[in-house]
Design a protein around this ligand. Structure first.
Ligand SMILES: [Cu+2]
Length: 126
């Protein structure tokens, strides 16, 4: 029964031509975890969750640094859906918050390891 239901859902998605991909992106201090490191080209929705203690962002950029999407600042425990329309290629998911502590130390989330690489496969659709 369960298998039948899953088949029906796929058939429905195919009929509507909305094979939108999705992934969950978890932001924590010094780390960005993406549920799947490969996405299909076209429309995709990321559920971006701040599982950390401090504020974070998600910036999606191409391998050459062109920003294609970004969230607002996401506070601890909050999540934001980020809609994308991706062409094939390599992408960097990063947090770009840079702050300075009271004693003058610069804290750069990217430098602390908040970067993850995602590959987008398939036709560009153009
Ligand atoms: Cu961050």
């Amino acid at each position: 029964m369960k298998r039948l239901l899953i088949g029906a859902v796929f058939a429905l998605a195919a009929c509507q031509g909305v094979a939108a991909d999705s992934a969950v992106v978890s932001l924590t201090e010094g780390r960005i975890e993406v549920s799947n490191s490969t996405l299909a080209a076209g429309k995709a929705t990321l559920e971006v969750v701040n599982d950390g203690e401090f504020n974070h962002t998600l910036v999606v950029a191409t391998a050459t640094g062109r920003v294609v999407a970004a969230t607002e600042v996401i506070t601890s425990g909050e999540s934001i859906d980020l809609d994308l329309d991706l062409t094939p290629g390599e992408y960097e998911f990063t947090c770009r918050i840079v702050v300075q502590t009271a004693d003058g130390v610069t804290v750069d989330h990217y430098a602390q390891g908040m970067v993850s690489h995602v590959t987008v496969t398939g036709d560009s659709g153009s």
